[in-house]
Design a protein around this ligand. Structure first.
Ligand SMILES: Nc1ncnc2c1ncn2[C@@H]1O[C@H](COP(=O)(O)OP(=O)(O)O)[C@@H](O)[C@H]1O
Ligand SMILES: [Mg+2]
Length: 273
Protein backbone atom coordinates (compact mmCIF):
# COMPACT_ATOMS: atom_id res chain seq x y z
CA UNK A 1 0.00 0.00 0.00
CA UNK A 2 1.27 3.47 -0.79
CA UNK A 3 0.07 6.64 0.85
CA UNK A 4 1.14 10.13 0.09
CA UNK A 5 -0.52 11.39 3.25
CA UNK A 6 0.47 10.27 6.75
CA UNK A 7 1.14 6.63 7.03
CA UNK A 8 -1.08 3.68 7.59
CA UNK A 9 -1.33 3.64 11.35
CA UNK A 10 -3.01 0.27 11.43
CA UNK A 11 -0.92 -2.86 11.41
CA UNK A 12 -1.84 -5.56 8.97
CA UNK A 13 -4.42 -7.90 10.40
CA UNK A 14 -3.64 -11.34 11.64
CA UNK A 15 -0.04 -11.04 12.73
CA UNK A 16 1.40 -14.26 14.01
CA UNK A 17 1.40 -14.74 17.74
CA UNK A 18 0.28 -12.21 20.24
CA UNK A 19 -0.81 -9.08 18.43
CA UNK A 20 -0.82 -6.68 21.36
CA UNK A 21 0.60 -3.31 20.31
CA UNK A 22 3.62 -2.67 22.53
CA UNK A 23 4.84 0.52 20.90
CA UNK A 24 2.91 3.18 19.08
CA UNK A 25 4.37 6.29 17.47
CA UNK A 26 1.97 9.00 16.36
CA UNK A 27 2.74 12.14 14.41
CA UNK A 28 6.33 12.37 15.55
CA UNK A 29 8.21 15.30 14.04
CA UNK A 30 11.80 16.40 14.37
CA UNK A 31 13.86 19.20 12.88
CA UNK A 32 17.50 20.07 13.31
CA UNK A 33 17.56 23.83 12.86
CA UNK A 34 16.19 24.50 9.39
CA UNK A 35 16.36 20.82 8.41
CA UNK A 36 13.08 18.96 8.94
CA UNK A 37 13.83 15.26 9.14
CA UNK A 38 10.68 13.66 10.52
CA UNK A 39 7.38 15.10 9.26
CA UNK A 40 4.87 13.00 11.14
CA UNK A 41 5.93 9.44 11.75
CA UNK A 42 3.18 6.92 12.51
CA UNK A 43 4.18 3.39 13.25
CA UNK A 44 3.43 0.59 15.62
CA UNK A 45 5.06 -2.55 16.83
CA UNK A 46 3.45 -5.70 18.17
CA UNK A 47 4.55 -8.08 20.85
CA UNK A 48 7.20 -10.45 19.47
CA UNK A 49 7.16 -8.73 16.12
CA UNK A 50 10.26 -7.89 14.09
CA UNK A 51 9.71 -4.70 12.10
CA UNK A 52 12.17 -3.67 9.41
CA UNK A 53 12.77 0.00 8.77
CA UNK A 54 14.22 1.03 5.44
CA UNK A 55 14.82 4.29 3.65
CA UNK A 56 17.53 6.29 1.93
CA UNK A 57 20.60 7.53 3.71
CA UNK A 58 19.58 10.62 5.62
CA UNK A 59 15.91 9.62 5.64
CA UNK A 60 15.79 9.97 9.42
CA UNK A 61 15.81 6.32 10.49
CA UNK A 62 18.53 6.78 13.10
CA UNK A 63 16.86 9.96 14.31
CA UNK A 64 13.66 8.03 15.00
CA UNK A 65 15.60 5.32 16.83
CA UNK A 66 17.36 7.97 18.93
CA UNK A 67 14.03 9.52 19.89
CA UNK A 68 12.73 6.09 20.91
CA UNK A 69 15.86 5.37 22.93
CA UNK A 70 15.52 8.60 24.91
CA UNK A 71 18.56 10.37 23.44
CA UNK A 72 16.52 13.39 22.43
CA UNK A 73 12.84 14.37 22.47
CA UNK A 74 10.61 14.74 19.41
CA UNK A 75 9.45 18.27 18.53
CA UNK A 76 5.88 17.02 18.39
CA UNK A 77 3.87 13.81 18.43
CA UNK A 78 3.39 10.96 20.86
CA UNK A 79 5.08 7.75 21.84
CA UNK A 80 3.02 5.17 23.70
CA UNK A 81 4.12 1.95 25.31
CA UNK A 82 1.47 -0.67 25.93
CA UNK A 83 -1.22 1.93 25.39
CA UNK A 84 0.19 4.58 27.72
CA UNK A 85 1.79 7.75 26.46
CA UNK A 86 5.36 8.14 27.68
CA UNK A 87 7.97 10.85 27.56
CA UNK A 88 11.42 9.43 27.27
CA UNK A 89 13.78 11.91 28.90
CA UNK A 90 16.91 9.80 28.86
CA UNK A 91 18.35 6.44 27.88
CA UNK A 92 17.75 5.23 31.45
CA UNK A 93 14.18 6.38 31.18
CA UNK A 94 13.65 4.44 27.94
CA UNK A 95 15.35 1.48 29.55
CA UNK A 96 12.96 1.60 32.50
CA UNK A 97 10.17 1.22 29.91
CA UNK A 98 11.88 -1.86 28.52
CA UNK A 99 13.42 -0.15 25.46
CA UNK A 100 17.04 -1.02 24.71
CA UNK A 101 19.12 -0.02 21.70
CA UNK A 102 22.06 -1.60 19.95
CA UNK A 103 23.98 1.05 18.03
CA UNK A 104 26.36 0.47 15.19
CA UNK A 105 29.42 1.13 17.33
CA UNK A 106 28.08 -1.38 19.90
CA UNK A 107 29.70 0.32 22.88
CA UNK A 108 31.50 -2.80 24.03
CA UNK A 109 34.79 -2.29 25.83
CA UNK A 110 37.36 -4.30 23.87
CA UNK A 111 39.78 -4.71 26.81
CA UNK A 112 37.14 -6.24 29.08
CA UNK A 113 36.13 -9.89 29.05
CA UNK A 114 32.81 -10.97 27.59
CA UNK A 115 31.15 -11.46 30.99
CA UNK A 116 32.11 -7.94 32.15
CA UNK A 117 30.74 -6.46 28.96
CA UNK A 118 27.48 -8.27 29.52
CA UNK A 119 27.15 -6.67 32.96
CA UNK A 120 28.54 -3.26 32.09
CA UNK A 121 26.93 -0.68 34.41
CA UNK A 122 24.92 -3.48 36.01
CA UNK A 123 27.77 -5.22 37.80
CA UNK A 124 26.96 -7.76 40.47
CA UNK A 125 28.80 -7.13 43.73
CA UNK A 126 29.18 -8.96 47.02
CA UNK A 127 27.14 -7.66 49.90
CA UNK A 128 29.12 -5.37 52.19
CA UNK A 129 30.63 -1.94 52.18
CA UNK A 130 33.47 -2.76 49.76
CA UNK A 131 31.09 -3.68 46.95
CA UNK A 132 33.64 -6.07 45.48
CA UNK A 133 32.75 -7.46 42.08
CA UNK A 134 31.24 -10.90 42.18
CA UNK A 135 32.98 -12.14 39.08
CA UNK A 136 32.12 -15.75 39.75
CA UNK A 137 28.42 -14.95 39.72
CA UNK A 138 28.70 -12.76 36.62
CA UNK A 139 30.66 -15.45 34.76
CA UNK A 140 28.10 -18.05 35.66
CA UNK A 141 25.10 -15.91 34.69
CA UNK A 142 26.79 -14.78 31.49
CA UNK A 143 27.42 -18.39 30.46
CA UNK A 144 23.89 -19.40 31.29
CA UNK A 145 22.31 -16.49 29.46
CA UNK A 146 24.40 -16.86 26.31
CA UNK A 147 23.58 -20.54 26.38
CA UNK A 148 19.88 -19.76 26.77
CA UNK A 149 19.80 -17.61 23.67
CA UNK A 150 22.10 -19.93 21.71
CA UNK A 151 25.09 -17.64 21.43
CA UNK A 152 28.18 -19.79 21.37
CA UNK A 153 31.20 -18.07 22.95
CA UNK A 154 33.75 -20.71 24.02
CA UNK A 155 35.04 -18.69 26.96
CA UNK A 156 33.35 -15.75 28.68
CA UNK A 157 36.78 -14.63 29.92
CA UNK A 158 37.84 -13.78 26.37
CA UNK A 159 38.35 -10.07 25.81
CA UNK A 160 35.61 -8.60 23.63
CA UNK A 161 38.29 -7.19 21.35
CA UNK A 162 39.37 -10.72 20.43
CA UNK A 163 35.94 -11.71 19.11
CA UNK A 164 34.73 -11.57 15.53
CA UNK A 165 32.38 -8.79 14.45
CA UNK A 166 29.43 -11.14 14.53
CA UNK A 167 30.25 -12.38 18.02
CA UNK A 168 30.62 -8.81 19.26
CA UNK A 169 27.27 -7.92 17.74
CA UNK A 170 25.78 -10.97 19.44
CA UNK A 171 27.21 -9.84 22.80
CA UNK A 172 25.76 -6.36 22.28
CA UNK A 173 22.35 -7.88 21.54
CA UNK A 174 22.70 -10.22 24.53
CA UNK A 175 23.56 -7.33 26.82
CA UNK A 176 20.59 -5.30 25.59
CA UNK A 177 18.15 -8.15 26.15
CA UNK A 178 19.62 -9.62 29.35
CA UNK A 179 17.82 -7.19 31.62
CA UNK A 180 14.27 -7.84 30.48
CA UNK A 181 14.13 -5.66 27.40
CA UNK A 182 10.76 -5.97 25.75
CA UNK A 183 11.57 -3.63 22.87
CA UNK A 184 14.89 -3.82 21.11
CA UNK A 185 16.03 -1.25 18.57
CA UNK A 186 18.82 -2.28 16.22
CA UNK A 187 20.40 0.32 13.97
CA UNK A 188 22.03 -1.55 11.08
CA UNK A 189 23.16 -4.59 13.06
CA UNK A 190 24.33 -6.41 9.93
CA UNK A 191 26.32 -3.59 8.38
CA UNK A 192 29.87 -4.68 7.61
CA UNK A 193 29.16 -8.30 8.41
CA UNK A 194 29.89 -11.32 6.27
CA UNK A 195 27.32 -13.96 5.39
CA UNK A 196 28.18 -16.32 8.25
CA UNK A 197 28.20 -13.55 10.80
CA UNK A 198 24.91 -12.20 9.51
CA UNK A 199 23.42 -15.66 9.87
CA UNK A 200 24.41 -15.72 13.54
CA UNK A 201 22.64 -12.43 14.22
CA UNK A 202 19.59 -13.24 12.09
CA UNK A 203 19.11 -16.47 14.03
CA UNK A 204 19.62 -14.69 17.33
CA UNK A 205 17.09 -12.00 16.49
CA UNK A 206 14.48 -14.47 15.25
CA UNK A 207 15.04 -16.60 18.34
CA UNK A 208 14.63 -13.69 20.75
CA UNK A 209 11.43 -12.60 19.04
CA UNK A 210 10.02 -16.11 19.16
CA UNK A 211 11.09 -17.44 22.53
CA UNK A 212 11.10 -14.23 24.56
CA UNK A 213 8.50 -12.21 22.67
CA UNK A 214 10.99 -9.37 22.32
CA UNK A 215 9.65 -6.82 19.83
CA UNK A 216 12.20 -5.28 17.52
CA UNK A 217 12.76 -2.51 15.06
CA UNK A 218 15.66 -3.26 12.77
CA UNK A 219 17.21 -0.85 10.34
CA UNK A 220 18.84 -2.58 7.39
CA UNK A 221 19.49 -1.72 3.77
CA UNK A 222 19.63 -5.27 2.52
CA UNK A 223 16.22 -6.44 1.35
CA UNK A 224 17.24 -10.08 1.38
CA UNK A 225 18.09 -9.75 5.10
CA UNK A 226 14.85 -7.93 5.76
CA UNK A 227 12.80 -10.67 4.19
CA UNK A 228 14.52 -13.25 6.36
CA UNK A 229 14.39 -11.22 9.53
CA UNK A 230 11.18 -9.31 9.55
CA UNK A 231 7.48 -9.92 9.92
CA UNK A 232 6.75 -6.52 8.48
CA UNK A 233 8.59 -3.72 6.71
CA UNK A 234 8.05 0.03 6.92
CA UNK A 235 9.58 2.37 4.37
CA UNK A 236 10.52 5.91 5.40
CA UNK A 237 10.44 8.50 2.64
CA UNK A 238 10.25 12.27 2.91
CA UNK A 239 9.98 12.16 6.69
CA UNK A 240 6.98 9.81 6.76
CA UNK A 241 6.27 6.11 6.67
CA UNK A 242 5.03 5.59 3.13
CA UNK A 243 4.86 1.83 2.88
CA UNK A 244 3.74 -0.70 5.47
CA UNK A 245 3.85 -4.29 4.25
CA UNK A 246 3.91 -7.68 5.85
CA UNK A 247 6.81 -9.60 4.37
CA UNK A 248 4.69 -12.68 3.84
CA UNK A 249 2.25 -10.65 1.74
CA UNK A 250 4.88 -9.21 -0.57
CA UNK A 251 8.09 -10.11 -2.35
CA UNK A 252 11.44 -8.50 -2.78
CA UNK A 253 10.51 -7.50 -6.33
CA UNK A 254 7.15 -6.08 -5.33
CA UNK A 255 8.55 -4.09 -2.44
CA UNK A 256 11.24 -2.60 -4.68
CA UNK A 257 8.56 -1.72 -7.22
CA UNK A 258 6.41 -0.09 -4.52
CA UNK A 259 9.33 1.99 -3.31
CA UNK A 260 10.17 3.19 -6.78
CA UNK A 261 6.60 4.20 -7.59
CA UNK A 262 6.28 5.88 -4.22
CA UNK A 263 9.43 7.92 -4.95
CA UNK A 264 8.00 8.81 -8.35
CA UNK A 265 4.71 10.03 -6.95
CA UNK A 266 6.52 12.10 -4.31
CA UNK A 267 8.73 13.61 -6.94
CA UNK A 268 5.69 14.41 -9.09
CA UNK A 269 3.96 16.06 -6.14
CA UNK A 270 7.03 18.14 -5.46
CA UNK A 271 7.15 19.22 -9.11
CA UNK A 272 3.41 20.01 -9.14
CA UNK A 273 3.49 22.14 -6.04
N1 LIG B 1 22.22 15.75 15.83
C1 LIG B 1 22.00 16.20 14.59
N2 LIG B 1 22.17 17.51 14.28
C2 LIG B 1 21.93 17.96 13.03
N3 LIG B 1 21.53 17.20 12.01
C3 LIG B 1 21.35 15.89 12.26
C4 LIG B 1 21.57 15.32 13.54
N4 LIG B 1 21.31 14.00 13.48
C5 LIG B 1 20.94 13.75 12.20
N5 LIG B 1 20.96 14.88 11.47
C6 LIG B 1 20.58 15.00 10.07
O1 LIG B 1 19.29 14.45 9.93
C7 LIG B 1 19.15 13.73 8.72
C8 LIG B 1 18.70 12.32 9.03
O2 LIG B 1 19.77 11.64 9.63
P1 LIG B 1 19.63 10.14 10.13
O3 LIG B 1 18.49 10.04 11.06
O4 LIG B 1 20.96 9.74 10.64
O5 LIG B 1 19.28 9.37 8.77
P2 LIG B 1 19.39 7.81 8.40
O6 LIG B 1 19.69 7.05 9.66
O7 LIG B 1 18.07 7.46 7.81
O8 LIG B 1 20.49 7.69 7.39
C9 LIG B 1 20.50 13.82 8.03
O9 LIG B 1 20.43 14.86 7.09
C10 LIG B 1 21.45 14.16 9.15
O10 LIG B 1 22.55 14.89 8.67
MG1 LIG C 1 21.29 5.82 10.20
Amino acid sequence: MINDAPAPAGPPEGLPGNSEVVLEVKGVTKSFGPLTVLRGIDLNLHSGEVLGLVGDNGAGKSTLVKILSGLFPPDDGQVSIKGREVRLHSVQDASSHGIETVYQDLALIPQLPVFSNLFLNHEITYAGPMRLLNKRKMRELAKRYLDDINVYIPNVDTEAGQLSGGQRQAIAVARATRADASILLLDEPLAAMGARESRLIIDLVRGLAKSRMVSMIIIDHNFAHLFELCDRVNVMQGGRITINQRTQDTSLEELTELMVSSYRSQLQQALDS
